[in-house]
Write a protein that binds this ligand. Structure first.
Ligand SMILES: Nc1ncnc2c1ncn2[C@@H]1O[C@H](COP(=O)(O)OP(=O)(O)OP(=O)(O)O)[C@@H](O)[C@H]1O
Length: 235
């Protein structure tokens, strides 16, 4: 493990009614402790997972639009409003790593084209691969050294089979690297022994896999699809 904890340092005169401090999970955040090489952020849409991940990426010196320390490109609204307020504690410190965000992957792919670095990403432009292929090629080719890997909804382009492939990639790297992953995927969340942090109920707290909505709703749906749909569609 490298990153041990993230602390929020809010100045007394900070406006707590404004983003990002008006998000309940951030408002109530004191210290987030990591106790495993693989940590998941789960929670409802808008609960603050990306905001914190982006803040960690900022403090790591990664491009907050997506990339590592040496990926210099900019997109609109890709800064981190929270980053300056976070203090990261490391043991040991590591500078290698990558922030993967599905929402700006297109711009990242263009950046890789513009610097002619395809050979590090499967030998072909990421734009010439399907969304899922390019994601997986990024994982296979770029996540090959020990580092801190921050992934924001990596499942966005991945079929269930490819999500399983991602679990295998994480498993192969997890002895020497650390992952923090925001996800809505019950498959990815099922990684054995991962620390799951729930962003629901206004704070951030550890939760067991079987207690997450992702597990429970998916399980109920698969076990009783017709019943759930009937309930959902009734007048
Ligand atoms: N740049 C911004 N300015 C103002 N509000 C923002 C900004 N970015 C995000 N927000 C708001 O902050 C809240 C948390 O957003 P965030 O993207 O961190 O949530 P999330 O948990 O990652 O959600 P999702 O699961 O949908 O990706 C949301 O209500 C969002 O609308």
């Amino acid at each position: 493990m490298y990153l041990r904890s993230v602390e929020l340092l809010i100045e007394k005169n900070e406006n707590l009614d404004q983003y990002p401090f008006n998000i309940p999970t951030i408002n109530s955040l004191n210290k987030l402790e990591f106790r495993n090489n693989v940590t998941f952020f789960v929670g409802e849409n808008g609960s603050g997972k990306s905001t914190i991940l982006e803040g960690i990426a900022h403090q790591c010196g990664f491009n907050t639009a997506g990339g590592g320390r040496n990926n210099f490109y900019e997109i609109n609204a890709a800064g981190s409003s929270l980053g300056e307020y976070l203090r990261l504690s490391w043991l040991p410190k590591i500078s290698n790593g990558f922030f993967m965000r599905s929402e700006s992957f297109y711009q990242f792919a263009s950046h890789i084209d513009s610097i002619g670095a395809h050979e590090h990403y499967g030998g072909r432009s990421l734009h010439e691969q399907s969304h899922g292929e390019s994601f997986l090629n990024l994982f296979v080719n770029r996540f090959n050294r020990k580092g801190l890997y921050l992934l924001d909804e990596p499942e966005a382009a991945l079929s269930p089979a490819r999500q399983l492939s991602l679990l295998r990639i994480i498993r192969d790297l997890a002895d020497t690297s650390q992952f923090i992953i925001a996800t809505h995927s019950p498959i990815i969340l099922g990684y054995p022994g991962g620390q799951i942090l729930s962003f629901d109920n206004g704070g951030i707290a550890e939760i067991a896999y079987e207690d997450t909505d992702h597990y429970q709703i998916t399980k109920s749906f698969l076990e009783n699809r017709n019943g759930m749909l009937k309930e959902l569609f009734k007048d």
